[in-house]
Design a binder for this molecule. Structure first.
Ligand code: C2E
Ligand code: CA
Ligand code: CA
Length: 749
């Protein structure tokens, strides 16, 4: 019990430990993820930022490049309109300029002749021969100048210039188209960190040509990018990063920025994406925070679900372990006695056997006829008896021993001993305590002891042998015990072999009727009848009933055998009757098992009828111990037997505990006084004589005849005659004999 509780609480502990480990692991994983994520995120923000900056810059540079290309291409198309203007009149040129202007392709447009004289659509003329846009254009270059002043208007313009060819492909002039300076809106900017205000167009010397109006890093058109950055590496560095298409983190106006430099396709300029790191970080950080939140919430949800799951599982397992514990409890604790159960006994038995230095006895104990106790006390009363018995066992064995109820009223004790006398004492003490137990019914216990010699003996073997010993003391009408000996095994083997052949033996008529004559003690010792006693003639050997009757009593085969014997006797009676002999009453032994059958008497009558023999030629012997089973049934069966005309005798009278008082209720004809009365010592002889005299007197007063069994000497015969006994049976007169011998004895004289 204690062991069981320990193992249960240790199970709970294991549960808690496992749960704690899981919890710590989960928390650990979460912390690792969080820390790792935090560490990685700074790094990642930089990496992602530079990547974003670079790819955005590339995208935007391409967009600007193609924008410029588009503008140049449009202007080139317009230039074809001026192919024949080499020697044209001013008005002619103005006319074409206005025509182009009205197309709304450029904000303004100017035609510059070979000499560098620029013609405006409104008739104004300016000399721009000094300007790069003219000088490059007149040698065939297509140019773009951003944010430069316009000869015809105040304010800066982006000016595109293309050469004008005549029909012979000779450059005759330069055409300029003017745009308001390129702005964020003008280009398909790829936004960085949610805005476009981070692009700067710089020329090949690092001078800013174009800057957003709200430059976050306060860079203006005309500024030297390198003057503003913390970089001292100069133009080469700028060219290098451009070459490598790299992003760098550097200070601009004292602010950490990520700069990506990309060349604008079709030009010598570069696009710088200059984004303050903080802006990127807060933007990307924001995204990261969102991602982080998503991750955290996901983890939290998973964690909560896991926790709920664990709690539920714990709850369930608690519930379950409670259930298991309940079951385990009933598994290890006997429900009736509340002492450890047989399961516990069986499980712990091997542990005891490991103590090779200790000698153990396995004691089997049960209550003789516990069923009758249950019948008279009721189920609860029977249980109470079992509890008291368990208490008795418990206090008569050592604390270190163990015992358990196997089933019903069967207990097993594993008893450690030094001397065999220890075992005897314990067993005797238990028997004593049972005798003095507070009980309303008679109760005897039977105990069998097996001394375990080999510690490898299994519990089954030990129990089996103790049981054999116990069974050998059954039906003793007193508490008793026996030690196992190997002869018991022999006996069991013998029983088995008997059982295996008994039915065949009956069919083969191996059972023979022997007859023991009965003599009158009154008139000249006349042969007045006989008792039929069974003999088994098997393979030429005659087996006496002591060897097989108890086996048949146990397995019920006795019922068949008795009917067989009865029928054989019927046949004999019929034969003798037909031979003209004066019939003699023959008694047939009937096992008390017949009392259980409702048609027992009818069966016997039917057999008599079959052979047409009157029932009065038979005497039915039933042992006194049958009264032990159920007196009421015995009384009614005796009455029935008598009513149909059989004689009835109580066999082995005086061996049981039936009282003389019982006699007056029993309708019997004959009392068979057991031969044990005659085998007493000389001293006791006197007492026995008195008892016999008493019994004989009482019987005769009740009109019951008496016969004494087992008379072996003339003295005994004389004594019984003197005591008034009516008949005698015994070796002194005649032994049980084969039918032929009996016939000679009874009918040939
Ligand atoms: P029981 O009914 O008490 O039979 C008397 C037993 O005493 C017989 O033993 C008999 O041989 C023996 N006996 C007779 N005179 C003397 C004597 O002077 N000295 C000694 N020592 N013994 C004497 P048996 O034939 O061995 O039968 C043993 C028991 O077997 C019988 O005891 C009876 O209870 C049972 N039995 C025998 N045949 C049958 C049967 O057909 N049916 C039933 N149910 N039981 C039978
Ligand atoms: Ca008998
Ligand atoms: Ca007898």
């Amino acid at each position: 019990m204690k062991k069981f509780r320990q193992s249960y609480s240790s199970q709970i502990k294991t549960h808690i430990i496992i749960t704690a480990i899981i919890a710590v692991l989960i928390i650990g994983i979460l912390i690792t993820i969080a820390v790792g994520y935090r560490t990685r995120s700074t790094e990642t923000i930089i990496n992602v930022s530079t990547a974003v900056s670079m790819s955005s810059a590339k995208g935007t540079a391409n967009a600007i490049g193609s924008y410029f290309e588009r503008r140049i291409s449009i202007l080139t198309n317009l230039s074809y309109l001026f192919c024949s203007c080499e020697n044209a009149e001013e008005e002619e040129i103005e006319k074409i300029l206005n025509y182009c202007y009205n197309m709304n392709l450029f904000d303004d447009i100017a035609y510059i002749n070979k000499e560098g004289i620029a013609y405006h659509r409104d008739g104004r003329v300016k000399n721009v021969s000094h300007r790069a846009l003219f000088r490059q254009g007149i040698i065939g270059e297509k140019t773009t100048f951003l944010n430069i002043d316009n000869e015809f208007d105040s304010g800066n313009y982006d000016i595109y210039s293309v050469p004008v060819y005549n029909e012979n492909d000779e450059i005759i002039a330069v055409l300029s188209g003017m745009d308001t300076p390129l702005s964020v809106e003008g280009v398909d900017y790829v936004e960085i960190a949610g805005n476009a205000d981070c692009y700067y167009l710089v020329d090949e010397r690092g001078t800013i040509l174009m800057a957003p109006e709200n430059s976050p890093v306060r860079l203006r058109v005309g500024d030297d990018i390198f003057a503003k950055t913390g970089d001292t590496k100069g133009l080469d560095y700028y060219l290098n990063i451009r070459e490598a298409s790299q992003s760098v983190v550097t200070d601009v106006n004292g602010e950490a920025c990520i700069i990506s430099c990309v060349s604008i396709p079709g030009s010598v300029w570069s696009l710088l994406a200059v984004t303050p790191y903080d802006v990127l970080k807060s933007y990307l950080g924001g995204m990261f925070v969102i991602t982080l939140w998503v991750v955290i919430i996901t983890i939290a949800v998973i964690a909560i679900l896991t926790a709920v799951l664990i709690i539920r599982m714990l709850g369930l397992s608690k519930h379950f372990s409670g259930y298991v514990a309940e079951n385990k409890k009933s598994y290890y604790v006997d429900e009736i006695t509340k002492y450890p159960s047989w399961n516990s006994f069986r499980e712990h038995y091997p542990d005891f056997m490991k103590n090779t230095g200790t000698s153990y006895a396995l004691i089997s104990l049960d209550i003789d006829k516990f069923k009758t106790i249950n019948d008279s006390l009721g189920y609860e009363g029977g249980n109470e008896v079992l509890r008291q018995l368990a208490d008795i066992i418990s206090r008569n064995i050592n604390k270190t021993d163990m015992f358990a109820r196997n089933s019903g009223d069967l207990f097993y004790i594993l008893f450690a001993y030094d001397n065999i006398s220890d075992v005897r004492n314990a067993v005797s003490n238990i028997i004593n305590d049972v005798d003095y137990m507070d009980k309303t019914v008679k109760m005897y216990v039977c105990m069998g002891v097996y001394l375990i010699i080999d510690h490898n003996t299994t519990v089954e073997t030990a129990v089996g042998r103790a049981n054999l010993a116990r069974r050998s003391v059954k039906d003793q009408k007193q508490s008793s015990f026996a030690f196992f000996d190997n002869a018991m095994i022999e006996r069991i083997r013998d029983e088995r072999s008997i059982e295996s052949i008994m039915e065949e033996a009956l069919i083969k008529k191996e059972f023979k009727v022997y007859l023991q004559p009965k003599y009158s003690l009154e008139d000249g010792n006349e042969l007045v009848g006989a008792e039929a006693l069974v003999r088994w003639l098997h393979d030429g050997t005659l087996i006496t009933p002591n060897r097989f009757i108890p086996v048949f009593e146990k397995n019920g085969f006795i019922v068949q055998l008795d009917y067989y014997m009865f029928e054989e006797v019927c046949k004999l009676q019929k034969k003798w009757f037909e031979m003209g002999h004066r019939p003699k009453v023959v008694s047939v032994n009937m096992s008390r098992l017949h009392l259980r059958s409702k048609h027992f008497v009818e069966d016997l009558v039917a057999i008599c009828n079959k052979y047409d023999i009157a029932t009065k030629y038979f005497e039915i012997e039933i042992t006194e111990s049958a009264a032990y089973e159920n007196l009421d049934i015995l009384l009614s069966v005796f009455e029935k037997i008598k009513n149909v005309g059989f004689h009835v005798s109580i066999d082995d009278f005086g061996t049981g505990y039936s009282s003389l008082n019982m006699l007056k209720d029993l309708k019997v004809d004959v009392l068979k006084i057991d031969r044990s009365f005659l085998t007493e010592s000389a001293d006791e002889n006197e007492n026995a004589s008195r008892i016999i005299a008493c019994v004989v007197a009482l019987a005769s007063s009740l009109n019951i005849s008496t016969i004494c069994e087992g008379i072996e000497t003339k003295e005994q015969a004389d004594l019984l005659k003197k005591l008034g006994c009516n008949m005698a049976q015994g070796y002194f007169f005649a032994r049980p004999m084969p039918v032929a011998d009996f016939e000679k004895l009874a009918y040939e004289n």
